[in-house]
Design a protein around this ligand. Structure first.
Ligand SMILES: [Zn+2]
Length: 393
């Protein structure tokens, strides 16, 4: 088993957590990661146009490229008073680290840095790319896409939390913007206008009745309304002329933008039959974030699902590699969405998930990860670097 210095791993995780890094504001943590990587045994490290930190370690022999990805942005800690301490100062207690991003996913970044650099080059089965990517919390997959454009990979490992089990898939996530259009009038004479909010109420009610599709391994393609906004807002004695609602739709394997938009039409046609003057439109909104180097990141809010079978060569090789590294495990799936939506969902590159800690810790107050999980993950990354090369896929 690879020897990992647990105190060094704790110190590195603590350092990364000390730099707040909301999406588009990862500059300080990116620089800290780059500096730390220059002290480790990597061949190259650079920061690309979106701010992704990309490090490369070349194998002496071996074939192809194995890419490990973790995101370096976090969600906001919210109200600091609800935390046991400052969310950006790691607290160590009962074998756990507590702080914003320890589990999602700066602990995993530290574990990859130390685990991947611990393997002698003569034992690497492929060239290693370590992708520390930005803006995952704003939109999954897009920043990893840029890393993959520059560094084509044969297999991708997503380091989001799996409790050191092997994730073989996930549901995707798409946002749907539903808009109804009416016409304004004074609310004392509503018959002179068309009330877009009343129409939206019918639309939401009908869409909420839709039966979600089901996948035996990934579960239901649930759809839930997450916000509603009328215009003008606030409305003062006026019939609202425009109403917009956002739906979050969890996606199953193979469901792409056009499929989802088309799946809503029969339900909308029913509402149209009931309200002939209904004007309704559905679209997929776009994320528009300015990354810290200044490059805009614009992408549809649509991250597809993916799943590899238990007998896929990459899955079998990964399970074997982890077994050989004395960190043997079984398969599972993610319940949330990850950057694997890009590598597997859009590019069909064999992709697996492996990371420390529980996905339930993501986005929580007093988010924590066990130090034992960080060490085990670092050993797992080392084992995967020894056992996964282009030869197996
Ligand atoms: Zn995450």
């Amino acid at each position: 088993m690879t020897a990992i210095d647990d105190r060094r791993l704790v110190a590195l995780t603590t350092e990364l957590v000390s730099h707040p890094s909301l999406p588009g504001a990862e500059g300080n943590v990116a620089e800290a990661i780059k500096q730390a990587i220059t002290q480790l045994d990597f061949d190259e490290v650079s920061i690309d146009e979106l701010g992704n930190v990309v490090a490369i370690r070349r194998a002496e022999s071996g074939s192809g490229t194995l890419l490990f990805d973790g995101h370096i942005d976090t969600v906001s800690p919210g109200n600091h008073d609800l935390w046991s301490g400052d969310p950006h100062t790691v607290i160590e207690r009962d074998g756990k680290l507590i702080g914003r991003g320890v589990a999602d996913m700066k602990g995993a970044i530290a574990a990859m840095m130390l685990g991947l650099s611990s393997v002698p080059r003569s034992e690497l089965s492929a060239d290693i790319v370590l992708s520390c990517s930005v803006c995952e919390e704003a939109v999954e997959g897009v920043a990893l896409g840029t890393v993959l454009d520059h560094n084509p990979a044969d297999i991708v490992i997503i380091a989001e939390s799996t409790e050191c089990e092997l994730a073989i898939g996930q549901r995707g996530r798409g946002e749907l913007l539903v808009e109804t259009f009416g016409s304004a009038a004074h609310s004392s004479t509503p018959h002179l206008g068309v009330n877009s909010v009343k129409h939206m109420a019918k639309v939401i009610s009908r869409l909420s009745e839709m039966e979600p599709p089901h996948h035996p391994r990934l579960g239901y393609g649930v759809m839930e309304v997450t916000d509603v906004k009328s215009n003008p807002y606030p409305g003062l004695s006026v019939i609202p002329e425009h109403c917009a609602a956002t739906f979050d739709r969890r996606l199953l394997v193979g469901e792409m933008e056009d499929d989802i938009l088309a799946s809503l039409q029969p339900a909308l046609d029913e509402v149209r039959a009931e309200i002939p003057e209904l004007q309704v439109q559905v679209s997929i909104p776009r994320t528009d974030v300015t990354t810290f180097p200044g490059t805009p990141l614009i992408a549809p809010k649509f991250s597809p699902a993916w799943l590899f079978e238990e007998d896929h060569p990459a899955v079998r090789a990964a399970l074997d590699a982890l077994e050989k590294g004395n960190v043997g495990t079984t398969t599972r799936t993610y319940s949330f969405c990850t950057n694997g939506s890009e590598s597997a969902g859009r590019r069909n590159i064999p992709t697996l998930g492996y990371g420390p800690g529980s996905e339930e810790q993501a986005h929580r107050v007093d988010e924590y990860v066990e130090i034992e999980q960080l060490v085990r993950a670092a050993q797992g990354y080392a084992a995967l670097a020894r056992g996964l090369g282009a030869g197996i896929v």
